[in-house]
Design a protein around this ligand. Structure first.
Ligand code: FAD
Length: 475
């Protein structure tokens, strides 16, 4: 069994957390991660690495055929189903990200000649030690209107000292999901202006055990009682701000140093890496299926499925699921072997999902809310069987019963629904799906920028040529 070490300095409610496995806010998720890690020891999540002679996560495999890509899909599906898509950064996305950098390592040698060797070493280490990894890119939201040169230096992560062995950095990054549990954090700062290159334009991986690194957690949304909070008791993966107080980054973990073009390229690689986005699409699909399933069951439990408006709304959820499924399938079918011999899914459909995902989840939650309606607030504050008055218990069973389900079944279902639509954890997930992959507006603009517009121009040219031919005929 892989041991989770967790970060060195984790702060919650103003206090330092010393033992994640025992702390009320972390132990449920800790247990879930342990269960996830154990799945690496078997297929479909793991595969036997020939060099290491042991099972490693499929996210590290480098597919050369469509069949091998589909093995990856099976692994991502199995891993995400374990948390119904509710845990997203632990750590298959990051594994796929590093695999992508490893595959394309020579492209970054121009920014640091040792990049290929360093990423290869890290890829092997991550794979064999089963280290957990997350990412932290954005700066704290202080004053977004100011150009970098006018922002206070302390607000930006910057180099404070350089030695022959590495650099010392200070500042902060928001947000790193899963930070308390992970071993390492990938930090990048995609600043593109030449004048900021030296201090700010750095791409490195920091150990969460590093002296001076503080993990500042948001409010915990975790709960203890599995029956009352089936989601929050298992799946609060936590988000945190990462504070650096003269944190030392050794040379072998610095991948790009003081090069704006390099860090932007590394960031774009993160945003466009097909293997990493393949994982996010599969995870989103799992979550949308889960919400569609819960919504269907809620509708059936109060038999509102007979009404056309309800059918139309639940049907919209099925269309969401089938749209993502179809895009995923097309990206696999249109996948191809790149010049480097790697079979990758077609990027454009994955990027379409990335854009759709920022609004699909909110819409799905809104539909669930509209269908369960007042039923979500009708829930008693505890389980009916925990009421101390037996006569009242029996009476409540008649009021909380469903059209074709017992009161126990129906209230258990509505509790899951409430966690999705009304709890703190639920709101956090709505926010997460809108923003985790970046600002949706700027992502759409990136999609516009990268889209192959040539075939569209061809259509127009054909039309204009036809008009010209017709005009000539009429002359
Ligand atoms: C729950 C959650 C988990 C996350 N986990 C991670 C993680 O694990 N790792 C990670 O790296 N990041 C993570 N993020 C951060 C995420 O990458 C950012 O939230 C996202 O990039 C948007 O940046 P921001 O939140 O700073 O919003 P801002 O950039 O401050 O934007 C705020 C608003 O202002 C607008 N705006 C701001 N600047 C501009 C501009 N220049 N042009 C146009 N509009 C602008 C935006 O459109 C938006 O409406 C997470 C975010 C959330 C909510």
């Amino acid at each position: 069994m892989t041991a989770i070490k967790g970060a060195g300095h984790v702060w919650l409610d103003g206090k330092q957390v010393t033992n994640l496995a025992e702390h009320a806010a972390f132990k449920g998720t800790f247990q879930t991660i342990q269960e996830l890690l154990a799945r690496i020891d078997d297929e479909p999540v793991g595969y036997k690495d020939a060099k290491l002679g042991k099972y490693v996560h499929q996210a590290f495999s480098i597919p050369t055929t469509k069949e091998q890509l589909l093995e990856k899909r099976a692994a991502f599906e199995a891993w995400s189903i374990q948390s119904f898509g509710m845990m997203s950064r632990l750590s298959d996305y990051a594994y796929a990200l590093i695999t992508g950098y490893y595959i394309d390592r020579e492209q970054f040698a121009q920014y640091d000649a040792t990049f290929p060797q360093k990423i290869e070493r890290y890829y092997e280490q991550l794979k064999s030690e089963r280290r957990l990894l997350t990412t932290a890119i954005a700066d704290p939201q202080i004053d977004r209107s100011k150009p970098l040169t006018e922002r206070p230096e302390h607000a930006l992560l910057h180099v404070v000292e350089e030695t022959t062995d590495g650099i010392y950095v200070s500042g902060a990054k928001m947000i790193a999901t899963g930070a308390p549990y992970v071993d390492d954090i990938l930090v990048n700062t995609p600043y593109s202006k030449a004048e900021e290159q030296e201090k700010f334009a750095n791409f490195f991986i920091v150990s969460t055990q590093s002296p001076g690194l503080e993990i500042i957690c948001r409010k915990s949304h975790a709960a203890q009682d599995l029956a009352l909070y089936p989601l929050a008791s298992q799946f609060d993966e936590m988000d945190a701000v990462v504070v650096f107080n003269r944190v030392f980054i050794p040379n072998d973990r610095i991948f790009i140093r003081g090069n704006a073009e390099g860090v932007v390229k590394a960031h774009r690689h993160q945003q466009l890496n097909e293997l990493a986005h393949y994982q996010t699409v599969i995870r989103l699909l799992t979550k949308l299926k889960f919400v569609a399933g819960v919504t269907t069951a809620v509708a059936e439990s109060i038999r509102v499925t007979e009404f056309l408006n309800v059918q139309q709304k639940v049907g919209e959820l099925y269309m969401q699921v089938d749209t993502i499924e179809a895009l995923l399938h097309t990206s696999e079918t249109n996948g191809f072997v790149q010049e480097n011999g790697v079979f990758t899914p077609s990027a454009v459909q994955l990027q379409v999902v990335r854009n759709l995902g920022t609004s699909y989840y909110s819409r799905a939650i809104s539909i669930l809310k509209e269908i369960g309606a007042g039923g979500f607030t009708q829930l008693p504050s505890t389980l009916i069987e925990r009421f101390e008055d037996e006569a009242l218990q029996k009476q409540l069973e008649t009021y909380y019963v469903g059209a074709a389900s017992s009161a126990k079944q129906k209230t258990a279902l509505f509790r899951i629904g409430w966690e999705l639509v009304g709890s703190e954890l639920g709101s956090r997930h709505d926010l997460y799906e809108r923003f985790y992959t970046g600002d949706p507006f700027r992502i759409q603009s990136l999609f516009f920028e990268n889209y192959d517009k040539l075939p569209l121009d061809d259509y127009l040219d054909t039309f204009l040529t036809k008009i010209q031919q017709r005009e000539e005929l009429l002359l």
